[in-house]
Design a protein around this ligand. Structure first.
Ligand code: MNH
Length: 519
């Protein structure tokens, strides 16, 4: 796959005015004040939910200004679809993503389009998400989920509700650490989150806060926070360096076994180039964070909706029973067959895309949606949460959780580029198949084993740290009585390669797992 974004010369305009010559035609909130702009009445801890509120009032495109920085937001489906045109727009490294540059540098997620390490790392790492690679990770994903279920069995037997986001974070962190890096954080042996997770949450929250504090005031207002941030960054880097050191001293995995082997040993096919030691550090950190935080949120929100809507949980559970039976360890190919479970996840990521926004910049002077001129380098933030609620596409009941929106006929009937939880184009998520395989497997296993009992007092509260997470979500568990996983073993097998039907099968090795995956 070739990126079409290599020519991006601009790093974006600081002021939206320069990028948007007819900015006055884009609405902004009333009562704009000098200096603080539209910041009054907004909560710096919930910028996405604040912007959603504004978007509902102001329409498909709007702007917000705080302390001289003006940002254009796009939440309408037609405009977002236009911004998905890769010949005119590309990823913009701005706001929260740009604020992560000090820690993630030119790692895959934070690299500028024209940085050579982006294409190099993409070429080296994309095969790590092929169907073959995924099938290799599958048994480790099962092992980690079994660890979680040991823990949940005990909680269930004791009548203790479980801390859903906390436990999903343990699960997804262990999964990416073991499959990608052969590392064990021992999360399930700890009562408190692993310090890696605390440091990561600190760094993400700090990157978010930097968006709302004006640059000149940052040293003053964020002095303590920036000291803590430096300590968090140092802790993350030390953790990563230890993981790499262990692998190097063990002489490597002997070939492209996992992501770390690929980072350390694999040369780019045509040129023989390898990732530098500094870049490996950036990539390991990028994948340890990007590889677990958003999947954890997706699983947590899904469990929230399943606990709240027993009729949907029952339908998903019936599918798992039908497709998997009592097979204790369903095979790789058995996962994509859980069509309804997958729809539950798709619908979860519609309402709460856990990476809730992405930025796009113009590659040339152009007109967005035939109405808004943008200069080359001008950019806007696409609010995925609003795109996924546009009534023009999703109907008047867009706020309702309904997995049937993702049955095949309904998907086909929708216009393209209306569902973007994994971003768009050449810079879309490289871990999409990984996340969906993991999350479908885990939801299948959990639904088969437990009935979920919602906490009647719980009201969904979404916390933001660049990513979204349901705060304080607890769910009660009951082991299902009729279900005896020990009973049958119909040897799942991994042989029937060609038998997985439809678009949910993993990407074929010849196809780029990122762009070949479609919408
Ligand atoms: Mn992920 C890019 C969402 C899981 C690794 N990811 C993106 C983008 C979105 C996204 C959106 C594009 C951001 C942008 O345009 O600025 N990712 C998700 C979601 C999940 C997810 C919602 C889970 C659910 N991501 C994963 C997993 C991994 C991963 C799992 C790794 C194992 N993501 C990445 C990397 C990138 C990325 C790396 C940057 C890719 C690139 O720019 O080439």
């Amino acid at each position: 796959m070739t990126a079409t974004t290599g020519t991006t010369a601009s790093r974006g305009f600081r002021s939206a005015e320069l990028g948007w010559p007819e900015l006055h035609r884009i609405p902004h909130p009333p009562h704009r004040l000098p200096l603080i702009g539209d910041a009054l009445g907004s909560n710096p801890r919930t910028p996405v939910q604040d912007s959603m509120r504004l978007g509902r009032r102001l329409g498909p495109i709007f702007r917000r200004k705080a302390f001289g920085k003006e940002i254009v937001f796009v939440g309408g489906a037609a405009l977002a679809a236009d911004m998905a045109d890769e010949s005119r727009f590309a990823k913009h490294v701005g706001l929260g993503v740009a604020n992560l540059r000090p820690v993630a540098g030119d790692g895959l997620f934070t690299a500028y389009n024209d940085e050579p390490n982006w294409q190099l790392a993409h070429d080296v790492l994309a095969p790590g998400f092929s169907r073959e690679a995924m099938a290799g990770y599958h048994p480790m994903m099962l092992d980690v989920t079994e660890r979680l279920m040991d823990h949940w069995d005990r909680a269930g037997a004791a009548g203790r509700p479980v801390d859903v986001p906390g436990d999903m974070t343990k699960l997804t962190l262990e999964t990416i650490a073991r499959t990608g890096f052969g590392h064990d954080f021992g999360s399930f042996e700890r009562d408190r989150p692993h310090p890696f997770v605390s440091a990561m949450v600190g760094v993400l929250a700090y990157a978010q806060r930097r968006n709302v504090v004006p640059d000149p005031l940052a040293p003053l207002l964020l002095r303590a926070a920036s000291r803590q941030n430096a300590a968090d960054m140092a802790f993350l880097n030390d953790t990563v360096d230890a993981v790499v050191r262990t692998r190097r001293s063990s002489g490597g995995g002997g070939g492209a076994g996992d992501l770390l082997d690929r980072m350390l040993e694999t040369a780019r096919p045509e040129t023989g180039e390898r990732l530098s030691a500094t870049n490996v550090r950036r990539q390991v950190l990028t994948f340890l964070i990007a590889g677990h935080e958003t999947t954890s949120g997706a699983l947590s929100f899904a469990l929230h909706y399943l606990a709240l809507r027993p009729e949907l949980a029952a339908r998903a559970r019936a599918e798992v029973d039908r497709v998997w039976g009592d097979t204790p360890r369903p095979g790789y190919d058995q996962v994509a067959k859980l069509r309804y479970v997958r729809r539950v996840l798709d619908e979860t990521l519609r309402l709460w895309p856990t990476a809730p926004a992405y930025s796009r910049e113009a590659l040339e002077d152009t007109v967005l949606g035939g109405a808004h001129p943008v200069r080359r380098g001008g950019w806007a933030l696409v609010l995925t949460t609003m795109l996924h609620r546009d009534p023009e596409v999703w109907g008047a009941d867009a706020e309702t959780f309904d997995p049937d929106r993702f049955d095949a006929a309904a998907v086909r009937a929708r216009p393209p580029h209306t569902y973007k939880p994994f971003g768009t184009g050449a810079r879309a998520c490289i871990g999409r198949q990984f996340a969906l395989h993991e999350a479908t497997l885990v939801l299948g296993l959990l639904l088969r084993r437990y009935e979920l009992r919602p906490d009647p007092a719980y009201r969904l509260s979404v916390t933001e740290r660049l990513t979204l997470m349901p705060e304080g979500l607890r769910v009660g568990l009951e082991r299902r009585s009729g279900h005896r996983p020990e009973a049958a073993d119909t040897a799942p097998g991994t042989g029937a390669e060609g038998s997985v039907e439809g678009a949910q099968a993993g990407a074929s090795p010849s196809r780029c797992p990122v762009t070949g995956a479609g919408d």
